[in-house]
Design a binder for this molecule. Structure first.
Ligand code: PHE
Ligand code: FE
Length: 271
């Protein structure tokens, strides 16, 4: 039977791996070499394990077909190629089915440090390693289902903040100190160092309501990070039905990006 999915409304395209030019692979290599060194001792163990297990390596832009062999066995996730940002409902529907939409293009050499839209380096180096972790993999599926529901409830701006402050810019407290799991950080040279070492940004303990009230900046390093203690904590805190939470949020004011409010638990850099 022909469903929406088969009519191309899922925005999925071929990655077209054979069409990458050698200069595209060279850009990947340069980014990979720089970033894979920088994330050692800064990204969390789950991320680094995933990076190793998937064989996301320095030789060039990975072929999604290869990645999918490994990722499928690890957590039943797969990567699908899309041409760029896709509509919210399409994005959530993919996540809900354990498919991660990854862009297939790579940035030009003038934009090694700053991009406004995700490219294949951000999507694959940043996001895919965490998908090899079973708890995070389940969290992202739940997020996709939650996204479809939030769309129906008109609560998308609040839910989007959860993605931003966890999937993209999350920090985690480990026995060895603060570590990164957010993909927007691990794919950024500057922010990988800044988020852990700069005295400028605030780092506070994860609190679901607080996250959903907090606006975010897309044009600069984050002035505030939320710190989880474990992926289980994140999964459990977000498991309850958000319907009453969304209703409560309607009566709450937003919190400005870098502000601290009463009740915030600051996390020191050395923890
Ligand atoms: N528990 C959420 C709901 O009922 C779904 C969700 C899970 C959203 C995990 C985000 C992350 O809406
Ligand atoms: Fe991203």
């Amino acid at each position: 039977m022909a469903t929406r999915k088969h009519l191309g409304n899922d925005f999925v395209i071929e990655q077209g791996w054979d069409r990458y030019a050698s200069r595209d692979h060279a850009i990947w290599r340069a980014l990979f070499e720089r970033q894979s060194r920088l994330v050692q001792g800064r990204a969390c163990r789950e991320y680094l394990d995933g990076l190793g297990a998937l064989g996301v390596a320095a030789d060039g832009i990975p072929d999604f077909r290869r990645l999918n062999d490994v990722l499928g066995k690890a957590t039943r996730w797969s990567i699908v190629a899309v041409p760029g940002l896709v509509p919210d409902e399409v994005f959530f529907a993919h996540l809900a089915e354990r498919r991660f939409p990854a862009t297939n293009w790579i940035r030009p050499p003038e934009q090694m440090d700053y991009l406004e839209e995700p490219d294949v380096f951000h999507d694959v180096f940043g996001h895919v390693p965490m998908l090899a972790n079973p708890v995070f993999a389940d969290y992202l599926e739940a997020y996709g289902k939650g996204g479809l529901k939030a769309l129906r409830l008109g609560a998308l701006p609040h839910l989007a903040r959860l993605y931003w402050y966890t999937v993209e810019f999350g920090l985690i407290r480990t026995g060895e100190g603060l570590r990164i799991y957010g993909s927007g950080i691990v794919s950024s040279r500057g922010e990988t160092v800044y988020c852990l070492e700069s005295a400028e940004p605030k780092r506070i303990a994860f609190d679901l309501r607080r996250v959903m009230r907090t606006r975010y900046r897309i044009d600069d390093f984050q002035p505030l990070y939320f710190v989880i203690d474990s992926f289980e904590q994140l999964f459990e805190a977000t498991a309850p039905d958000f319907t009453p939470l969304f209703a409560w949020l309607k009566g709450q004011s937003d919190i400005e990006p870098g502000a601290l409010v009463p009740g915030d638990r600051e996390i020191a850099i050395g923890t």
